[in-house]
Write a protein of this length. Structure first.
Length: 304
């Protein structure tokens, strides 16, 4: 059931990225998840304390939002061009929190929190340069919502989730809550909420809702966060984008001999995005345990 070295070499040479990923998933299931190689692609750092998690999340989100506003200031393709896009967004969030904004023609309204959750995918994944189509859509949705109609956000949510508003992803909560990623009590929630609001003026709250869903969860914590057994793990390769590299690096550096790969672009989950540089480094590691030199980075290409 374990692929031989020769088999891996042939697989890497002949298989498409998706086929190789399928083989790797099968291999991890067959070995109970204890693979001899560990490639972490945009992971969340469950080892950091809650404050550090919020700092990492806020740093990535706010930096990406700053890239959006800079593009908007420079490009006439942005519906908010000529205005302070960041201020328009924050004013919209504040207004929606005071009085939720309706979807025109529907009995649905979005609070500021709903807007942040709905906007996150387009902010994180801008779409390829130079068009940045997802950022164009985000700007149009802001402009439309500021005029009293949030259907731009709602249409995307409906398309992706088959729900008119951002849903609660129960499968995510099953792992989140059982892994102990919860608030200790109301005072803990208030402390983290205040830190989030201080560090993330544009997306505060977007880091809290997963843990909030665990309040009153009916099953006990079964997998408390704990340090990795570094002395029993092989060197790992971690890869991350603008918004998730810091998370990934925080985990990987705890295992001696490990390496990280920074992708200087948008997105989340790099292996199947088509970026040849990232895939080549991952394949060399997965097949031959060859790690890239320290400081290695990959740049966006026309394919990814």
């Amino acid at each position: 059931m374990f692929p031989r070295r020769q088999s891996w070499e042939g697989l890497v040479a002949s298989a498409s990225g998706e086929q190789l990923a399928d083989h790797l998933r099968i291999h991890r299931r067959a070995t109970g998840g204890h693979a001899a190689h560990r490639f972490d692609d945009g992971v969340v750092d469950h080892l950091a304390d809650r404050g550090e998690q919020i700092r990492l999340k806020a740093r990535g989100s706010e930096a990406q939002f700053a890239r959006f506003t800079a593009w908007c200031a420079a490009s006439a393709d942005c519906s908010l061009h000529g205005r302070d896009a960041g201020a328009v967004w924050r004013d919209l969030i504040a207004a929606a929190d005071r009085s939720p904004i309706p979807v025109q023609g529907e009995r649905i309204a979005y609070s500021g929190f709903d807007l942040k959750v709905a906007a996150a995918p387009d902010v994180i994944s801008s779409g390829a340069a130079p068009d940045f189509r997802n950022w164009q859509r985000f700007a149009r949705s802001i402009d439309k919502a500021a005029a009293g109609d949030v259907s731009g956000f709602a249409d995307l949510v409906q398309q992706v989730t088959n729900s008119p508003k951002p849903p609660a992803f129960r499968g995510m909560f099953v792992t989140q809550c059982a892994d102990g990623l919860v608030f200790d009590d109301f005072e803990d929630f208030q402390r983290v909420k205040a830190l989030d609001e201080q560090l993330s003026p544009n997306f505060a709250g977007n880091s809290l809702w997963h843990s909030l869903a665990c309040v009153g969860w009916p099953t006990p914590i079964r997998n408390d966060p704990a340090p990795l057994p570094a002395d029993r793990l092989p060197p790992m390769l971690g890869a991350g984008t603008w918004t998730d590299y810091d998370y990934t690096a925080n985990v990987v550096v705890t295992v001696p001999g490990s390496a990280t790969l920074r992708y200087n672009g948008f997105g989340h989950g790099l292996y199947l995005t088509g970026n040849a540089c990232t895939i080549a480094h991952a394949n060399r590691y997965l097949a031959f345990l060859r790690l890239p030199p320290a400081g290695t980075a990959c740049e966006p290409s026309s394919a990814g």
